[in-house]
Design a protein around this ligand. Structure first.
Ligand code: GAP
Length: 460
């Protein structure tokens, strides 16, 4: 059982499996779609929610312990998507949040100048590019009934700014001390010139960002510490460590707010690409907002009697990109050979049980035998308070296993005639078959031990 070879067609296969099993659909598909936008179906919405919750639960809590064992807190925020334009002027996004862009004079297509395609122009020959221009990525809209210059507003291109804007309020109400963090999960919008690679680069996506406020001078220690923590977080969700790597940005490639930045990279089918950026933003944002709003004061450090704006380390992850990394990491095509030598391909998402959309599927062997269905319903009810459970009574058991494999369900439980004491093995009364997704092994488990058996394996 090996991983498929790296190729773009692998991404096509994953995209197809995602559609087939209800993870991800193209947005507005019945009207021909809209480039750069995606919808998460039943399985995808659950997978995304599980990852989102895991991020929140890992980060937003009291009593974290830092590199020297010192305690610190991270608190949450859920801010509005549209904010005052003054936020984006102060943060520098109005002037600096842009990508270099060129147009082809022949085919009229627009490209990012740093990501030019290696394909020919559809009008023939090479593309005929214009000069490079800057293209601001923020989506514009109008607030209120009048559409003039004064009503223009932007959809936020990152969730981070709201954290800086609410920093003073949060500090006041929590009475917390440096170091501390403010975390937020939410939608961000960028009018990307070339959305591409399935959900990797889209125009509407979700970010999971945390601004971690520290004493100036401690940034090196915290930057490396957060890098390790964030790498571990992906591994704890089941991502193979070898598929992750780390890339420090060269000084000339830094965003306008960052003094240094390190990316956590993932080995996607289309190449090694950024999954999360961890930036050292200095006190740039607090200084900017203090200057523009006159409402943010210097932090008073009661231990040293100093006044300063805290420095910031920012782990900034893309939720959709994490979903894609998890899908790519978990996807397998396995060749199975039966006892007669016939071969078949099994497609499976080997999700970690912590994030799998369904943890356990429950099958009555036959849907038209009330005694099996009744018993299966009772087992279903027993499991439901503890796990994400799905009922499946369609088709033969083999087909149900394959369906659940493609959904990434770690365990399937079958209720058969032995369970109800009407089979060939009377000693198996009140037991069920538990089938493991990865090994495909099946064991008999007493019903009254089933919750414990599964809990031990799914590590909640
Ligand atoms: N606040 C810092 C910030 O926004 P970024 O590197 O521009 O930094 C952070 O974005 C993360 O957001 C990226 O590492 C990526 O996971 C995700 N992201 C950025 N643009 C994206 C897009 N167009 N589509 C999907 N995810 C995106």
């Amino acid at each position: 059982m090996s991983k498929p070879t790296k190729q773009q067609s692998l991404l096509d296969k994953i995209t197809a499996a995602c559609k087939r099993r209800g993870f991800i659909f193209p947005s507005s598909e019945i009207y021909g779609g809209i480039n750069g936008f995606w919808d998460f179906g039943p399985a995808g919405a659950q997978l995304k929610r599980n990852i989102r919750d895991y991020w929140w639960d890992t980060l937003v809590r009291n009593g974290h312990k830092g590199p020297d064992g010192e305690k610190f807190d991270i608190v949450g925020l859920d801010a509005s998507i549209i904010m005052s334009n003054k936020v984006w002027e102060a943060s520098g996004h109005t002037t600096s949040f842009s990508d270099p862009m060129v147009d082809c004079r022949k085919c009229k297509q627009r490209f990012r100048a740093d990501l030019l395609p290696d394909t020919k122009c559809p009008e023939g020959g090479d593309h005929d590019y214009t000069e490079v221009r800057d293209f601001n990525l923020m989506f514009k809209t109008n607030v209120g009934p009048v559409e003039d210059g004064s009503s223009i507003a932007y959809l936020r291109p990152e969730t981070a700014q709201a954290i800086f804007v609410q920093y003073q309020n949060v500090l006041t109400v929590t009475r917390t001390k440096v170091p501390f963090g403010i975390a937020q999960i939410g939608k961000a919008f960028r009018n990307e010139i070339n959305p591409r690679n399935f959900i990797f680069r889209s125009r509407e996506f979700e970010q999971m960002e945390m601004e971690f406020f520290i004493k100036p001078g401690t940034e090196d220690v915290w930057h490396h510490w957060w890098l390790e923590k964030r790498l571990n977080w992906y591994v704890q969700m089941g991502i193979v460590r070898d598929n992750l790597s780390v890339e420090w940005h060269p000084q000339d490639k830094l965003a306008h707010y960052a003094k240094s930045c390190v990316d956590i990279m993932f080995d996607f089918p289309f190449g090694v690409q950024e999954l999360e950026g961890i930036a050292f933003r200095t006190d740039y944002d607090l200084r900017q907002h203090a200057e523009h709003s006159k409402k943010i004061s210097l932090y008073f450090d009661t231990e040293t009697n100093e006044r300063y704006h805290p420095y910031v380390i920012e782990p900034s992850a893309g939720l959709d990109r994490t979903v894609l990394a998890i899908l790519c990491d978990a996807y397998r095509e396995e060749i199975l050979t039966d006892s007669k030598g016939n071969q078949d391909v099994r497609t499976v998402f080997r999700f970690h049980p912590r994030i799998a959309p369904v943890t356990v599927a429950v099958f009555p062997l036959l849907r038209n035998r009330p005694e099996l269905v009744d018993k299966a319903e009772r087992v279903f009810g027993l499991l439901q308070p503890h796990f994400r459970v799905q009922w499946d009574d369609r088709g033969n058991i083999g087909k149900r296993y394959r369906y659940q494999d493609e959904l990434g369900t770690p365990y399937c439980v079958t209720i058969d005639f032995d369970t109800i004491g009407a089979g060939e093995h009377p000693e198996q009364k009140e037991t069920v078959t538990v089938r493991d997704r990865d090994t495909m092994e099946q064991i008999r488990c007493p019903i009254d031990e089933l919750v414990g058996y599964l809990k031990e394996r799914v590590l909640f």
